[in-house]
Design a protein around this ligand. Structure first.
Ligand code: PLP
Length: 429
């Protein structure tokens, strides 16, 4: 069957020339190559390797019959559970009325930018979708520079410089830690200093804490503690609960921003109506305190910590510059030290690096460009998630407490280790 490309002129200017999100695209390309019989190491898509905890799956089974539309801001019991969870893990006093539930935090971020008239300020490197969302809506994007030297973290000075440019200008600032793409996080005093800048300029601060529970030592601290009146906490089930495909996210607002919650709810009511009913009922369980869920988290963190550190060490030994991860399941290596050897093989940009790496070794990563880095910088993001999380969790249970060793990683995360060894050998040429 012949398909006709629609004429460009019928597309909204803001979306002309846009392709699918880079993370989705790398996943599709990896699947294509796998279907052709190639051995592919999927370090491209950032999806949790772990299963949804059994208790939460059972709750979904128990609620499969729930068929009614739910309130646009979310199921009351779920909002209550999320408010309690927020108080428990952040120490910030929030109530059920402060919560907005949505079909993934990504959708809520889009709605926030849609209803709030202001610039989007994000660090670089930053998660792939913040800036494209702003572009679709027609908002200006400002990047807060950061550098490898300080672990790609936003500094209060860099943040202040952007805010001081046009004092009083409305802005949504997104801070994400533990970070996708770097795996880094902030120290307490750094959070305090950033909060002081946000407070001074009264920005709307969206704290994207989707990886908060996968801080490798379980020590995540929300910046909302230091700027409670202006911070919206963003979180969901996707990363810590292994349930990306369930599509459940939420924002927790300070009472002073209730008008923003209401505006987003109005826009939601005219678009997706409400989030899937069975999923919301099941999510109540996920946000309640349960010993088995805590155990699941402890073991997930233990595996990610051991694996992340192994990858960091191995790449560093191969001369690839990369920071020790603190959370999430990403690293952001810079292949600069191998520039000459790569250039001899015609590799001069980050997209070329990732393309050739995939073609020649089967290892999929995403180029730094999709996280807002310049093309000539040889950075890439890797997600160390290509292993069977169910089997690894079960195996970790029979290991004595403490650090998991290399034989454990070889046995249960062997493909990730092999992928990294291939990438290191390839970089050296
Ligand atoms: N924020 C970050 C930093 C992410 O990496 C992701 C997903 O990859 C999201 C937000 C969106 O998560 P979800 O829409 O599944 O809640």
């Amino acid at each position: 069957m012949q398909t006709r490309n629609p004429p460009d002129k019928h597309l909204n200017l803001n979306v002309r020339g846009m392709g699918a999100s880079a993370t989705v695209a790398i996943n599709e390309r990896s699947n294509e190559l796998r279907a052709q019989g190639r051995r592919i190491f999927k370090l491209g898509l950032g999806q949790s390797p772990f299963p949804v905890p059994a208790r939460v799956v059972r709750a979904l089974q128990d609620h499969a019959h729930e068929k009614d539309y739910l309130p646009v801001t979310g199921l009351g019991a779920l909002k209550e559970a999320i408010a309690g969870y927020t108080r428990r893990i952040t120490g910030v006093q929030r109530e059920r009325a402060d919560v907005l539930v949505g079909p993934g935090s990504k959708e809520l971020m889009f709605l926030l930018q849609l209803v709030y008239y202001g610039d989007l300020v994000v660090p670089t490197p930053a998660w792939v979708s913040y800036a494209p969302q702003a572009r679709i809506i027609g908002r200006a994007v400002r990047l807060i520079p950061s550098s490898a030297d300080n672990g790609w973290r936003v500094t209060p000075e860099g943040f202040e410089r952007i805010c001081a440019e046009d004092v009083g200008r409305p802005r949504v600032v997104i801070l994400n830690y533990p970070s996708n793409p770097t795996g880094g996080t902030y120290k307490l005093e750094e959070l305090r200093a950033l909060a002081r800048v946000a407070q001074k300029h009264r920005v709307v601060l969206l704290s994207d804490e989707i990886y908060g529970e996968v801080h490798h030592k379980g020590q995540h601290v929300s910046i909302a503690r230091f700027y409670p009146e202006g911070t919206i906490i963003s979180n969901g089930l996707s990363k810590w609960c292994g349930a990306g495909g369930w599509r459940l996210g939420y924002f927790v607002f300070p009472p002073s921003l209730r008008w923003l919650l209401d505006a987003m709810a109005a826009a939601a009511s005219e678009t997706y109506t409400s989030t899937s009913a069975p999923i919301q009922h099941a999510a109540v369980t996920a946000f309640e305190p349960h010993a088995d869920i805590e155990h699941y988290l402890v073991q997930s963190r233990r595996i990610l910590r051991a694996l992340g550190r192994w990858v960091w060490r191995r790449m560093s030994k191969a001369g690839i510059s990369v920071h020790e991860p603190a959370g999430a399941f990403y690293l952001f290596p810079d292949f600069e030290a191998h520039r000459e050897s790569l250039a001899r093989r015609g590799v001069r940009t980050a997209p070329e690096l990732c393309e050739r790496l995939l073609e020649e070794t089967g290892v999929a990563m995403l180029p730094g460009t999709v996280f807002g880095r310049p093309s000539e910088e040889l950075t890439a993001r890797l997600a160390y998630v290509d292993f069977d999380g169910t089997a690894a969790l079960a195996a970790a249970d029979s290991e004595p407490e403490g650090r998991l060793d290399e034989p454990f990683l070889r046995a249960h995360c062997g493909d990730v280790l092999e992928a990294i060894e291939r990438a290191c050998a390839w970089a050296r040429g």
